[in-house]
Design a protein around this ligand. Structure first.
Ligand code: HPA
Ligand code: ZN
Length: 338
């Protein structure tokens, strides 16, 4: 399939303008290349190239995460964090009509910035972006899997003690081969005991077992990526029947999946009746944005604009937002006919 499912430029415009609810996006993956180059120069982070077109080059999951870590290392001060948060959110609101976003951030990738300072910088950027575009944001500090379980538990303690106006839960991301999810049981128990919601990246590289661990042992009520569910019919049926929301991302499938469109994991999860939605994940690293991802799944996988509009409602159902604010976001979806 090469043409958009609904055909042509009008369909592209509809996809771009459709108000979007995005539950899977990493703050550090939204840094504009020009901003990264400025911050890296300011903080002495060594660069493989100063060409903004090539500075985020990667070929697979491992090189992708190396770029991500270098990017995070350039974000050092509270004002750096304010700036990247603001830019991330206005880019999403203006470029892709995102009206609500839950955004991951990896505190342990900014080791010299105390958590409260990191959160204060993000909060400033979030408020400025809301003032300028209306975008509503919540935050999900995320465990980085290559770091130790003790570091994860310390991070969760800081999150639990810190300001909770914007922070709604914790997540887990990074290298799925670095350590099993079960090693983060303590961090997740601390988070749940503190009243935080919990999700995790799992099954991004198609393992089902770790999705099961995240549900059963870590208590996750959402799963990020989750493609490994397709390897286990019983688990897939359970996730479908419990309405557990799975946040998919086109970007990561572009380097982790090489098969045909009709067995693409996002298409199969959709066809299986799982409640899914699309997130841009790391739009700056993908050289695209959420609207571009909508176009890709429409053109390549045959999901229609109506499918995607329904996914936005499913994402809002699964969002960690109080009922009143949820209703206001819902009204923005409905006002636009989405
Ligand atoms: N997978 C795992 N970790 C990540 C990703 C991802 O797609 N993006 C940022 N951190
Ligand atoms: Zn992700």
């Amino acid at each position: 399939m090469t043409a958009p499912a609904d055909g042509g430029a009008d369909a592209d415009v509809r996809l771009r303008r459709m108000p979007k609810v995005e539950l899977h996006c990493h703050l550090e993956g939204c840094v504009r290349p020009g901003t990264f180059l400025e911050l890296a120069r300011a903080h002495g982070v060594p660069l493989p190239t100063t060409d903004p077109e090539r500075v985020y080059a990667y070929t697979d999951m491992a090189s992708f995460l190396a770029v991500f870590e270098r990017l995070a290392a350039a974000v050092v001060t509270r004002d750096d964090v304010r700036r990247i948060s603001y830019e991330a959110l206005v880019d999403a609101a203006r470029g892709s009509a995102v009206v609500y976003r839950e955004m991951f951030v990896n505190p342990t990738l900014h080791p010299t910035l105390p958590y409260d300072e990191l959160l204060a910088g993000i909060t400033e950027g979030v408020h400025e972006a809301r003032r300028d575009t209306g975008i509503v944001t919540r935050l999900i500090p995320s465990v980085y899997r290559a770091h130790s379980p003790a570091a994860a538990a310390d991070m969760v303690r800081a999150v639990a003690r810190g300001d909770r106006d914007l922070v709604v839960g914790i997540g887990m991301d990074g290298d799925e081969t670095a350590g099993p999810p079960a090693s983060f049981t303590e961090a997740y128990a601390l988070a749940r005991d503190a009243g935080l919601q919990v999700t995790a990246h799992a099954g991004e590289r198609f393992g089902a077992e770790e999705v099961r661990t995240c549900l059963d042992l870590l208590g996750c009520t959402r799963i990020d990526h989750g493609y490994g569910l397709l390897q286990d019919a019983e688990l897939l049926a359970r996730v479908r029947d419990t309405g557990t929301h799975v946040t998919c991302a086109w970007l990561s499938t572009t380097y982790n999946y090489r098969g045909p469109a009709d067995t693409h994991p996002i298409r199969l999860l959709h066809d299986a009746g799982v409640r899914i939605s699309l997130g841009s994940d790391d739009p700056a690293l993908g050289g695209t944005d959420l609207a571009g991802d909508y176009r890709a799944v429409s053109a390549r996988l045959g999901l229609t604009a109506d499918d995607l509009a329904r996914q936005n409602h499913a994402a809002l159902d699964a969002a960690w937002l109080p009922a009143e604010e949820k209703a206001a976001v819902r009204a923005r979806l409905e006002d636009a006919g989405g």
